[in-house]
Design a protein around this ligand. Structure first.
Ligand code: HEM
Length: 397
């Protein structure tokens, strides 16, 4: 059997189950295809598939017909929407428009953190990530802290609801209630303000395209999941790794932007915040594996295991389970491999996420006497299919 990983010690903080005997692609008893090889994952992401992650299949079953958010779209409709929103996420927009906001929030949050002599880092990074995602999207007309709580309640709601038991009906009502509250308190004020005075952000763009309030609400929740929850956890992960690895921390703090970004990509590669991408085959898909071709039939669900894909030595090179920001990568393979996804749905917010993480981490890791008081609990978030780091207590001597 073709192996993708040799079992060895791993520097990953959130995943240790790298199997030496797992094949690059296999079908389980329920008919779900599991993909752990880089080449196979890339073929699938570039093939004829439909987005099946982030509760998108549930959203497609909704009785009301609304225009889906970019993450849930596929094909020409998706390409069109991506090209329209790209301008909010370019390196230039990130530098000129979003960087000043990032610096302002990072300065304020770190100053408060120093005053308190530490605290739970995850709560601070939630505020940072929300402020930045809110700025890019245009959710800037309500209290940030309260908005963070409202969005968190939605992102941690049980989205696998049905109507067959009182518990499921209760989950459904709870999610609906949280969404209504978020709409009334945060989204509607932002829409009203932008109808009066449009700005350079996603909500203004959606209004100009005639999108309705509920459509803008769903789009905002998607950005909350895709942009806020991810960056909040990634910054914590990077801080955790660097606070326990003096050499890496020094290299990061003393390096130029390219060096610092290499460190961040490498940490994301080893601990991808979105750990699974889900797709449904739209047509039969031919995927090469171990010198043969397997056919994934149309309609089958495909689960891409990014921890293993990112540790496939054919993409990441030698000792793929170790941290090495200097690793030599094959031409054309991103340094975080699929940490930001791949193919048409590849993360549109990558530049924003890297800049924001870098701005925050540079300030945090320079705090004199900063140390870990309690390592975080590693939990799972089923909505983004990734990890969450909770109760990560830092202190300042
Ligand atoms: C470290 C932080 C981040 C990570 C690890 C991350 C990861 C990802 C991944 C893996 C995908 C692909 C999902 C798929 O193919 O099913 C994705 C898509 C997306 N991300 Fe990010 N992301 C981050 C930050 C952000 C930020 C800051 C924003 C915006 C403010 C953002 C907005 C999006 C959007 C809109 C999509 C959907 C793109 C599409 O479907 O065309 N992300 N992200």
């Amino acid at each position: 059997m073709e192996k993708i990983i040799e079992r060895e010690h791993t520097d990953s903080k959130t995943f240790s189950d790298f199997g030496a005997d797992k094949p690059p692609i296999e079908r389980d008893a329920r008919g779900v295809w599991h993909v752990r090889g880089y080449v196979q994952a890339k073929t699938i992401l570039l093939g004829e598939t439909l987005q099946a992650g982030f509760s998108s299949e549930l959203a497609r079953q909704m009785p009301v017909r609304i225009t889906s958010p970019v993450l849930f779209q596929d094909g020409p409709e998706h390409r069109e929407q991506r090209s329209q929103i790209a301008k909010f996420f370019t390196p230039t927009a990130t530098q000129q428009q979003h960087l000043p906001v990032m610096e302002k929030y990072a300065d304020r949050l770190i100053a408060e953190f120093i005053n308190r002599r530490g605290g739970d880092l995850n709560k601070v990074t939630a505020q940072m990530a929300l402020a930045v995602a809110g700025d890019v999207v245009g959710l800037t007309n309500s209290d940030r802290l309260k908005m963070a709580n409202r969005l968190n309640a939605i992102l941690h709601g049980d989205m696998n609801f049905g109507m067959s038991s009182p518990k499921q009906v209760w989950s459904y009502l709870k999610v609906q209630w949280n969404m209504l509250w978020f709409y009334l308190k945060d989204v509607r004020p932002a829409i009203r303000a932008r109808k009066r005075a449009p700005q350079q952000d996603v909500i203004s763009h959606l209004i100009s395209k005639g999108r309705t309030g509920p459509e803008i609400l769903i789009e905002c929740i998607t950005y909350g999941a895709a942009g806020m929850a991810t960056t909040q956890e990634f910054i914590c992960l990077a801080a955790w790794q660097m606070l326990q690895n003096e050499e890496l921390k020094n290299e990061y703090l003393q390096g130029d932007q390219e060096t610092r970004y290499h460190v961040l990509h490498e940490l994301l590669r080893l601990d991808p915040v979105v750990a699974h991408l889900l797709r449904r085959a739209k047509a039969d898909l031919m995927v090469g594996s171990a010198g043969t071709q397997v056919t994934i039939p149309a309609g089958a669900l495909i689960d891409l295991h990014l921890n293993e894909v990112n540790a496939d030595a054919r993409a990441a090179g030698a000792e793929p389970l170790k941290i090495n920001p200097h690793r030599s990568m094959e031409k054309g393979i991103p340094r975080s491999v699929m940490g930001f996804g791949g193919g048409p749905h590849r993360c549109v917010g990558e530049f924003v996420a890297l800049a924001e993480s870098d701005v925050f981490l540079q300030r945090l890791l320079r705090v004199q006497g900063l140390k870990i008081e309690r390592e975080p609990d590693v939990l799972r978030n089923e909505n983004i299919k990734g990890f969450e780091l909770r109760n990560f207590m830092l202190t300042i001597d």
